[in-house]
Design a binder for this molecule. Structure first.
Ligand code: NAD
Ligand code: ISE
Length: 338
């Protein structure tokens, strides 16, 4: 079966996902697109065979020729499209974040549970990254003993000078580590603290870059996340778990290490598209395969909700400068199969 996909939001990642659905993966075809920028939507559709442009996301979701929906519009718009897809009974892949508030995520949980069918997958692609999977295997196999702490760094070369706020360093960037550590350790984050180091002069005046986020896991594992969003030299994602008897860390990702003149060097990815290119491929193929067989896979709406609750606690910690306890609702049985 070829899964006919409709894409809502055809900006950077929307176009990148369309490229992989069209040219890299098997079993899917992009048949419809929409964007609040109709010119952009038309340009993207022009590059696809037989894809139609819809005026709105709601119209695209109602299209009988669309089997499954991919949401890649701005975070604050995700809720209405995910809810509409659930109402239409169509599988939906939603880029992170699932929604921008805990309340919005709760509405999605309630709607999906009421529908009686798992329809939502959230785009936390780091779970599909081979290097993170290697670290997780070392943790799960006991190769490094009981895990005690994890160091993470999330470094973007730059973020736009206008419109990217300190809060977005958490809701847009740290949300990946929040999901990652829940998956890595198989437990919830119970408290968060946010520290503000000396401010980099490279960001806009109102951006407090870098930040350090401290996440406390239920077992006592402590995670520190450095967020540096104007690091300049490239897109650098680091992670190291420290256990009682060893450590496991993400490998460098350069394809080759060059040694010459008494020095060695290798490339640093330019951006998330390059660093996680394979992870996105595996993630979306997994989704397409699940849709084709009427099943479900991947990070669920519950994972999206749990990450949002921690993200909200981080925002509170940022505002108040204090350690903030995370409280989440009881997990419905509906989400116990993952
Ligand atoms: P972008 O600004 O490049 O693209 C977003 C597109 O959505 C734009 O074309 C915009 O016009 C359109 N849009 C906005 N509101 C809309 C609406 N209501 N209906 C239809 N279209 C709408 O942004 P981006 O970098 O592509 O990010 C899009 C989403 O993907 C965000 O949620 C972001 O957090 C997520 N993202 C995830 C990753 C990842 O690593 N998983 C990487 C980048 C972005
Ligand atoms: C971006 O939206 C992403 O999701 C990237 O994966 C992340 O690394 C980056 O910081 C975000 O801005």
């Amino acid at each position: 079966m070829t899964v006919r996909v409709g894409v809502i939001g055809v900006g950077m990642i929307g176009q990148d996902h369309i490229r992989r659905l069209t040219h890299v993966l098997s079993g899917s075809q992009v048949v419809a697109v929409t964007d609040v920028d109709p010119t952009r939507a038309q340009e993207v559709a022009d590059g696809l065979q037989g894809a139609r442009v819809h005026a709105t996301g709601q119209e695209l979701i109602r299209d009988d020729d669309v089997d499954a929906v991919l949401v890649a519009s701005w975070g604050a718009t995700h809720e209405e499209y995910v809810l509409a897809a659930i109402e239409a009974g169509k599988p939906v892949f939603c880029e992170k974040p699932l929604a921008t508030t805990e309340e919005a995520c709760q509405r999605i949980l309630d709607a999906e549970v009421a529908s009686g069918r798992r329809l939502v997958m959230v785009g936390f692609m780091r779970r599909y990254d081979a290097s993170y999977q290697g670290v997780k295997s070392a943790v799960d196999d006991g190769a490094i003993g009981t895990p005690l702490l994890m160091h993470c760094a999330h470094r973007n070369p730059s973020v736009p000078p206008y419109g990217f706020t300190t809060e977005m360093m958490i809701t847009d960037s740290a949300i990946h580590e929040i999901d990652l550590v829940r998956w890595m350790f198989g437990e919830e984050v119970v408290a968060a603290t946010v520290l503000k180091p000396r401010r980099s002069s490279k960001g806009s005046d109102d951006l407090h870059d870098p930040l350090i986020v401290l996440l406390e896991m239920g077992s006592g594992v402590l995670v520190d996340v450095e967020l540096s969003l104007n690091i300049g030299y490239g897109y650098d994602i680091r992670g190291e778990v420290v256990g009682e008897s060893g450590t496991a860390s993400l490998a460098e990702t350069a394809a080759a290490m060059v040694k010459s003149d008494g020095r060695f060097s290798g490339g640093v990815p330019a951006d998330w598209r390059e660093r996680f290119i394979r992870a996105y491929d595996v993630e979306l193929q997994d989704w397409i395969d699940a849709v084709a067989t009427g099943g479900f896979t991947g990070p669920s709406a519950w994972d999206g909700y749990a990450a949002a609750v921690v993200s909200d606690a981080c925002l509170e910690a940022l505002r108040t400068g204090t350690r903030t306890v995370v409280s989440q609702r009881e997990r419905p049985d509906f989400y116990t199969k993952s």
